[in-house]
Design a protein around this ligand. Structure first.
Ligand code: GRF
Length: 223
């Protein structure tokens, strides 16, 4: 018996390298999902062209053309729901979402953030990691809740900070790990291994997580 891969919708705002990594993984047969659409809140997002080249439907909902946050989220929700996805994936989606929107997709809305959450939520992450003198940073995939970058985390990758790192070099090294991490994190949802329970606990293979699992045990020091 063959089962249909779960449908996903991916939300972007910019470059789209995580989107590209997800597309490539599905092409290689490493990620059993059906990417039904890519939605951008910015008409100039480079990721839109990546999706189009891959033959994936794209939709732009320009936040600047919406009266307010609530109208934007309402339009976004209507569009997402036309694709009936099992999972909504934020991949560099730079808009804060209203609590009502987030609640609608509770347990099926995930985000990737370039730090070891709960440390360094928000913007300008890598510079803050360097300024704080951290020797290890990384990336986190988490379920989205109303608190920015604050929802339950379920997979992390660790990356060493080098003495001579700038925010740019560190961002590039973390980004390469993000691409591996998101692929694996999405696969866990697609395979039905990960879920969020009513008390906001992450359940992996039927057991509540006590700590956030790491992708690989090593701290990545090279590229
Ligand atoms: C990534 O670093 C992601 O963690 C953050 O925004 C960046 C998006 O990059 N949320 P890209 O658009 O996927 O290249």
């Amino acid at each position: 018996m063959t089962t249909k891969p779960p449908g996903i919708v991916i939300l972007i705002s910019g470059r789209g390298s995580n989107l590209e990594a997800i597309i490539e993984a599905t092409r290689r047969g490493e990620l059993p999902v059906d990417i039904r659409a890519v939605i951008s809140n910015r008409p100039d997002a480079a990721g839109i062209a990546i999706a189009r080249r891959a033959g994936i439907e794209t939709v732009v909902i320009d936040h600047a053309c919406q009266a307010d946050r609530a109208s934007f989220d309402a339009a976004l929700q209507t569009t997402i729901d036309t694709y009936n996805p099992g999972l909504v994936v934020l991949a560099g989606f730079m808009r804060l979402l209203t609590p009502g929107f987030v609640e609608q997709y509770r347990g099926r809305l995930i985000n990737i953030h370039p730090s070891l959450l709960p440390d360094f939520p928000g913007l300008n992450t890598h510079q803050r990691v360097i300024d704080a003198g951290r020797e290890v940073t990384g990336a986190t995939v988490h379920f989205v809740t109303a608190e920015t970058d604050g929802g339950p985390a379920y997979l992390q990758a660790r990356v060493a900070v080098r003495k001579d790192d700038t925010a740019g070099t560190l961002a590039a090294r973390v980004l390469r790990q993000e691409h591996r991490l998101y692929r694996e994190a999405i696969r866990q949802v697609a395979e039905g291994r990960i879920a969020l329970d009513n008390e906001d606990r992450v359940i992996l293979d039927g057991v509540p997580l006590e700590t956030v699992p790491l992708l690989g045990t090593a701290v990545v020091t090279g590229t």
